[in-house]
Design a protein. Structure first.
Length: 408
């Protein structure tokens, strides 16, 4: 394959993980990694946690040092946006005028924040959090404390930023259109658990409200209006209302897309020579037998190598169980499972949530479809084992801390 060129669009975690796997598998052809940002690939979880808080340096968020790419003969083009894909000639055209022919193409273009469509959203002092530059700017705005920080949105990013801002000594308020934070991800019961965590730590939550305007003063955000009259004063406004996959390039090329780029279990798109991984990949999951798109970092880290092996012609069926984690105040949590199945499941607890240390299992039709460990460690692997085995479980044994999880 030394005469072949594999092009990866997206200098993301999924993209660099794929490039690394290609070399590990012995591919000795040309590997071209194209990224729209000016930075080498980095990981995103610290951007709302330690990097945002100033506990981690900038170098700590990068996947590899810059000289790693030369050592692995990976050709990196930064500040370069792929503008089009010509599937007939197998060529991608870049904004700087360059073009690259490919034998196989991987799309790892990630996602972007949903924009809040209200008056004042463009004011200075309104932040989104997606890139390392976004995190750097927000970190400077909340460092030192004493600022009035208003978070619009109560998903994972919103709550993590709220926790970080509060620990730094800021006055923090969360505005949420939903009645319970994280209800879509965890359900009302455990969503309320996280809401109480924030309240105990001095965060003010306003649930079931609609933001209609960001109020400005001298060109900068000064408050957020909800309803017709209530205005919450703000020095810093953070919008965290979700993300959407960057599928414009794929759609313009005629690839099938619907809530992401449609791929099969080998991460192949509707074009046999084009693959997709990470946030944009809407996979026909071999276990669920339905489509699944996952935006968490672990998915990007694992899907990239799987796509690389498929590009090399290996038999690939990506069946990973979705996984993510969060750190907020004194709470550390890991979650594994299928959210679509958990939505209609009942929750079984191992341990008392009031103690701050417990495991929650979502059980549907007698099977564990998701599990979340809170301040309980070294259990994620056996939790994933229970989900993967899909055995009918004895709920009493599942809830009993004396029963070895590996036996269920």
């Amino acid at each position: 394959m030394s005469d072949q060129t594999f092009v990866i669009v997206g200098a993301s975690l999924a993209g660099v993980s794929a490039a690394e796997e290609l070399r590990k598998q012995g591919f000795d052809g040309r590997v071209v990694l194209i990224g729209a940002e000016s930075h080498y690939p980095y990981i995103r979880p610290p951007l709302s946690k330690d990097y945002l808080a100033g506990k981690a340096g900038r170098d700590e968020v990068f996947v590899h040092p810059s000289d790693w790419y030369d050592a692995y003969t990976i050709e990196v083009h930064l500040d370069a946006t792929v503008e089009s894909i010509d599937r007939a000639s197998r060529t991608v055209s870049v904004s700087n005028g360059e073009s690259f022919g490919y034998d196989k193409l991987l799309l790892a273009t990630g996602s972007r924040p949903r924009v809040l469509d209200v008056p004042g959203a463009e004011l200075e002092g309104v932040h989104y959090l997606r890139t390392v530059d976004d995190s750097t700017a927000l970190s400077a705005a909340i460092a030192g404390g004493g600022r009035r920080v208003v978070l619009i949105g109560s998903g994972w990013i919103g709550l993590e930023v709220a926790a970080t801002a509060r620990v730094l000594g800021n006055d923090v308020r969360i505005l949420s259109s939903s009645s319970v934070p994280l209800s879509n991800a965890l359900g009302d019961e455990l969503g309320e658990y996280f809401a109480d965590l924030h309240r105990r730590n001095g965060v003010e939550l306003h649930e079931g409200v609609d933001v209609i305007e960001i109020v400005g003063k001298n060109g900068a955000a000064a408050g957020v209006r909800v309803g017709q009259s209530d205005v919450f004063g703000a020095d810093v406004v953070v919008v965290a209302v979700g993300a959407q996959p960057n599928t414009t390039l794929a759609e313009a090329a005629g690839l099938e897309a619907d809530n992401g780029v449609l791929v099969d279990a080998s991460l192949r798109t509707s074009d046999a020579d084009i693959f997709a991984a990470g946030d944009i990949a809407n996979e026909l999951h071999p276990v669920l037998r339905s489509r699944l798109r996952v935006e968490h970092w672990a998915n990007a880290q694992n899907q990239g190598p799987a796509a690389a092996r498929a590009m090399l012609g290996q038999d690939v069926s990506f069946d990973d169980i979705p996984y993510f984690y969060t750190d907020q105040f004194d709470l550390g949590m890991e979650y594994s499972g299928y959210g679509s199945l958990a939505a209609k499941a009942s929750v079984v607890y191992r341990g008392n949530p009031d103690s701050g240390q417990f495991i929650a299992f979502w059980v549907a039709d007698g099977r564990v479809v998701a599990g979340m460990n809170v301040n309980v460690w070294d259990v994620n692997e056996p939790i994933q084992g229970i989900i993967r085995r899909a055995n009918t479980v004895d709920v009493e044994r599942l809830a009993d801390p004396s029963v070895d999880l590996s036996s269920l």
